[in-house]
Design a protein around this ligand. Structure first.
Ligand SMILES: [Zn+2]
Length: 387
């Protein structure tokens, strides 16, 4: 017979093993130093759920895209948070260049790396910056235009519904689509700004400066102290930007609707954000496949507030499977915003094209009659969208 003491011990073992796994998961998370994640919040969350305070009120009339659209139209949904990943930029032609299996890592042999991930490792970079900058030149987001999905987020902002967009992408397309710094948390950093790596200097450089260095084959060095200058993307072994943690604490308790797009929710601590909205807050996933559903032990403990689309207890999570652009168009349609969205995409894309054309013509004019090499011309062309 199991005594109370036994069952307490057994319960503790389950809890301990789950905690060990959770902690090791955070330790493994590529960019968070141990101690950086607010573990007290995590434990508080874990215990409140384990003790059964976790029932949430049902807000959506139906668990479908229609249900979400009705909720947005009701006027009760004022603070929408978007969480986005590489999937929102694939239709712009940007490769998911952090994920193994995209062919990129296989393409790195020429750089003689000790192992492929070294190219994004901060310690390796400080010793051997050349491979990273060679790769940056190869993959520089040149003529990429924001997607329908990016402009859908911009529409949420224009309509006063966007609390914040949390992005894992470093392609700056959210900014190109018209989101401002305050609308964004770039969880894995951005190419938009760069800094001197020397702790005591940290001089900031802008995108134009970095772009010029990258395309002139020069290793970017600080004007003040000659140390390396690195784009503000988060490397393995670096912390996430402080803004990620401070904004997260302010934003998520206020969230009326979480829209998760184009991310497989694999990278911590980003993925754990889904559990930080209030228990009643509806969560819409627009993605090629369902994701974020918690595993058995985590589910048993109620940890993580994993997504639940299909169980008998499902009450707030909706999955819209397909591309992010299709999903956003479908939602825009239900909201009566479809034409407006299509018009916005067209106007903005035309603007980018004409700006591009103009700058290309100017570059050609400058280049003709001089001995400017083709690489310089290319770099000016590359500069258009992002300047
Ligand atoms: Zn410096």
């Amino acid at each position: 017979m199991l005594t109370n003491r036994d069952s307490f011990a057994a319960g503790q073992m389950v809890a301990n093993s789950a905690l060990t796994r959770i902690y090791s998961r955070f330790r493994r998370s590529r960019a968070t130093a141990p101690g950086q994640f607010p573990r007290m919040d995590l434990l508080r969350n874990l215990f409140s759920r384990t003790l059964g305070f976790s029932s949430g009120e049902k807000i959506l009339d139906e668990l479908s895209l229609e249900g979400v659209a009705q909720y947005i139209k009701s006027g009760k949904c004022k603070n929408i948070i978007c969480m986005v990943g590489a999937g929102i930029s694939t239709s712009a032609g940007i490769p998911d260049f952090r994920s193994p299996g995209t062919g990129l890592y296989a393409n790195l042999q020429k750089y003689n790396l000790p192992y492929p991930e070294a190219i994004f490792q901060i310690d390796y970079f400080k010793q051997h910056p050349e491979p990273f900058f060679a790769l940056a030149r190869e993959l520089y987001p040149g003529q990429f235009k924001p997607t329908v999905c990016h402009y859908f987020i911009r529409m949420l902002k224009d309509k006063g519904l966007l609390r914040r967009c949390y992005s894992q992408n470093i392609d700056t397309l959210e900014r190109v689509a018209g989101l401002a710094t305050e609308d964004l948390v770039e969880a894995h950093g951005t190419f938009y700004t760069s800094h001197c790596v020397r702790f005591l200097c940290r001089k900031e450089y802008n995108l134009d400066w970095m772009k010029e260095k990258i395309f002139s084959d020069e290793i970017p060095k600080c004007d003040s102290c000659s140390s390396l200058v690195k784009p503000d993307i988060v490397f393995f072994g670096e912390n996430l930007p402080a803004r990620f943690f401070t904004s997260m604490k302010k934003d998520f308790p206020l969230c009326d609707l979480l829209i998760i797009m184009g991310t497989s929710l694999q990278v911590q601590p980003f993925a754990s954000l889904v559990s930080r909205v209030p228990k009643s807050t509806p969560r819409l996933l627009i993605n090629m496949e369902k994701t974020g559903e918690s595993d058995f032990v985590a589910g048993l403990l109620g940890f993580g507030g994993g997504m639940d689309f299909d169980s008998d207890k499902a009450y707030r999570d909706v999955a819209q499977l397909g591309t992010c652009d299709e999903g956003c168009l479908a939602l825009a349609d239900l909201l009566g915003w479809k034409e407006e969205l299509q018009e916005l995409v067209k106007t903005e894309h035309d603007l980018i094209d004409s700006k591009d054309k103009k700058e290309k013509a100017e570059a050609d004019k400058t280049a003709s009659g001089t001995e400017a090499n083709t690489e310089n011309k290319a770099s000016v062309r590359m500069a258009t969208v992002y300047s």
